[in-house]
Design a protein around this ligand. Structure first.
Ligand code: ADP
Ligand code: MG
Length: 273
């Protein structure tokens, strides 16, 4: 079993792609669960007003009395928003539809792009030894709005889910440009962690072509692990469970476990470099 580093700052990864339906939320939930299963302490920050990550982790709307909206407007600390999930070592800061209005509410603030960064810094300062998170995964909304900018400004790296479909690469250059802009203006340490191909269907010739195209365009940034299209993955959220709890043996759950170990290996290589 791999032994996570203790005492250091958590790695903060944003799951971003301005396209909806590409697997951001599914990857946040299941990568988060897989990382927790191999010994990490993980916090998922739900930054999408739709709140699908919160729902998929079994947090019903009534228990979201404190949400990332309250965190973003500075009314509460991030720690106050954190809820435990059914998965040991996996917590979530849930979102509510209030988050839709946050952009307007903070628009006039000088530090509007750094609200989440501040909240995470504050959480790190107050985390007791041993209880500290080792990974924070931010589930972004399907837009390059101020919420996503906050996520990018708060992150060490971006993880981009791309669906294996004909228009997969469409919009990727725009996302990469935004990442470069945030890097220049707000967060010099930001990097692209990797591209995760999702909903791969081996029966569809197009899927294979998309994998080849994306690899040609993004090279080694593409993770070796490809997430297959798997009905168990899409069923799990309606049970309020990550697929690793719903059906550990299914191809989707196993792929997310492989992705987690691949990510940890990349992290080790980065630290050793
Ligand atoms: P996003 O957060 O980017 O909008 P989601 O993670 O919500 O995307 O995924 C969009 C839809 O696709 C959801 O209904 C989800 O259950 C389904 N889905 C995601 N990944 C898979 C997969 N590997 N196999 C089958 N369905 C999937
Ligand atoms: Mg989503």
């Amino acid at each position: 079993l791999h032994r996570p580093l203790r005492g250091g700052a958590p790695r903060v990864l944003a799951l971003a792609n301005q396209k909806g339906g590409v697997g951001k939320t599914t990857t946040a939930i299941n990568l988060g669960t897989a990382l927790a299963a191999i010994g990490e302490r993980v916090l998922i920050v739900d930054l999408d007003p739709q709140g699908n990550a919160s729902t998929g982790l079994g947090i019903d709307r009534r228990s979201r009395r404190i949400s990332t909206y309250d965190v973003m407007i500075g009314a509460v600390s991030l720690g106050q928003a954190v809820l435990e999930t059914a998965v040991p070592c996996l917590s979530v800061a849930p979102s509510t539809l209030d988050l839709l209005g946050v952009e307007l509410e903070i628009a006039a603030d000088k530090d509007r792009a750094h609200k989440l960064r501040k909240a995470i810094d504050d959480l790190m300062q107050h985390a007791d030894e041993g209880e500290a998170f080792t990974y924070i995964l931010i589930d972004c909304p399907p837009s390059l709005n101020l919420l996503t900018i906050n996520a990018l400004a708060a992150s060490d790296a971006v993880l981009v889910p791309l669906q294996c479909e004909f228009f997969a690469l469409e919009g990727l250059s725009q996302l990469l440009t935004t990442v470069e802009q945030v890097k220049t203006a707000l967060n010099p340490r930001l990097t692209i962690h990797g591209i995760v191909l999702t909903m791969y269907d081996p029966r569809n010739n197009l899927s294979g072509q998309v994998v080849a195209d994306v690899k040609q365009f993004m090279g080694s940034k593409v993770y070796d692990t490809i997430i297959p299209r798997n009905v168990r993955v899409s069923e799990a959220p309606s049970h309020g469970k990550p697929v690793l709890l719903y059906d550990l043996k299914c191809a989707g759950a196993q792929a997310y476990l492989r992705l987690a170990s691949e990510i940890i290996q990349r992290e080790r290589a980065l630290r050793a470099a």
